[in-house]
Ligand binder design. Structure first.
Ligand code: R5P
Length: 299
């Protein structure tokens, strides 16, 4: 059986290198540049006929990345690839999963439709499923979801003494539970009201019985930092130490680091789904088996 081929979209070279090693895949380069007017030029100088090709493209801050991703998928198919998979360790456009106000674009559906047309399968890490129960509810191609929880849990138990895992809002309960329970760690979930992109109000649950524990806030996304910052303030006001933060996707929007620092937070780690200095939890070994399961030999 020939080895799968991994191709990194620009900026994903290190991520693709880690995944190629975990997958024992062949790396092939994409020659990508922009014309002076900003249009994309792509070339692959390799034989891809009959090969199973995996494009590696995390899609935080997605809009400039999407046209070249779709062009690359078309190119690989034009060159005769048998299978074209996408590993998007951060999958965007999950937020607008319904029309909250008349006339709004259902971008989750539009984006999923385009990806489902261009690829034969999608592998991602903890997509922000809110009102969609699964990826299949919106993507029509086979999808595999990798859970970052075991890797986040490994980091917590190896780095933090006497941790208590705290989800900053109701949605984070799934991650807090998945991180804490396999290790028998105590865990709690806070409640959150959001009033704007940077304005949240968090309420503490019952925090009795946690004396001597180090809180670790666990969430799927860090964007503005407002959620973790407010959760940290509430925990400190309740008499707990300043929490550490362990996040799956560290998006770090404008001023996020300042917001966290102003809340007294010193320790933030993320997985490597998105590039950031805080991305210290590698997931390649967990993504590789999910890719293998979508390759034709396994289907
Ligand atoms: C919310 O539903 C998510 O799980 C995160 O809590 C949220 O996206 C974090 O965003 P921010 O850092 O802007 O508060």
């Amino acid at each position: 059986m020939t080895r799968p081929v991994l191709i990194a979209l620009p900026g994903n070279e290190a991520r693709a290198g880690r995944l190629a090693e975990a997958l024992n895949a062949e790396r092939i380069d994409l020659d990508y540049r922009r014309f002076p007017d900003g249009e994309s030029y792509l070339r692959i100088d390799a034989e891809l006929a009959g090969r199973d090709v995996v494009l590696v493209a995390t899609l935080d801050r997605p809009d400039p990345k999407i046209p070249r991703l779709l062009f690359a998928a078309d190119l690989v198919r034009d060159l005769g690839a048998r299978t074209v998979l996408l590993v998007a360790s951060y999958l965007p456009y999950m937020r607008q999963d319904r029309r909250f106000h008349p006339g709004e674009a259902l971008t989750s559906v539009s984006f999923a439709r385009r990806i489902s047309t261009s690829f034969d399968g999608l592998i991602t890490v903890d997509p922000h499923l809110h009102r969609y129960p699964t990826l299949d509810a919106v993507y029509t191609i086979p999808g595999r979801v990798v859970s970052a929880a075991p890797a986040v849990a490994d980091w917590i138990v190896s780095s933090i003494a006497r941790p208590v895992v705290i989800g900053p809002d109701e949605e984070s309960e799934q991650w807090a539970r998945a991180v804490a329970e396999p290790h028998g760690l105590p865990w709690r979930v806070m409640t959150k009201d959001r009033f704007g992109d940077h304005d949240v109000r968090i309420t503490a649950p019952d925090l009795t019985g946690l004396d001597g524990h180090q809180p670790v806030l666990v969430d799927d996304i860090l964007s503005s930092g407002a959620t973790l910052a407010d959760a940290a303030r509430v925990l400190v006001e309740a008499g707990l130490p300043v929490p550490a933060c362990a996040v799956v996707h560290g998006l770090f929007g404008d001023r996020a680091r300042e917001t966290l620092t102003e809340a007294g937070i010193e320790t933030v780690v993320c997985t490597d789904t998105v590039d950031a200095p805080e991305a210290r939890i590698g997931l390649a070994d967990r993504i590789a088996p999910a890719v293998r399961r979508l390759l034709p030999a396994a289907r």
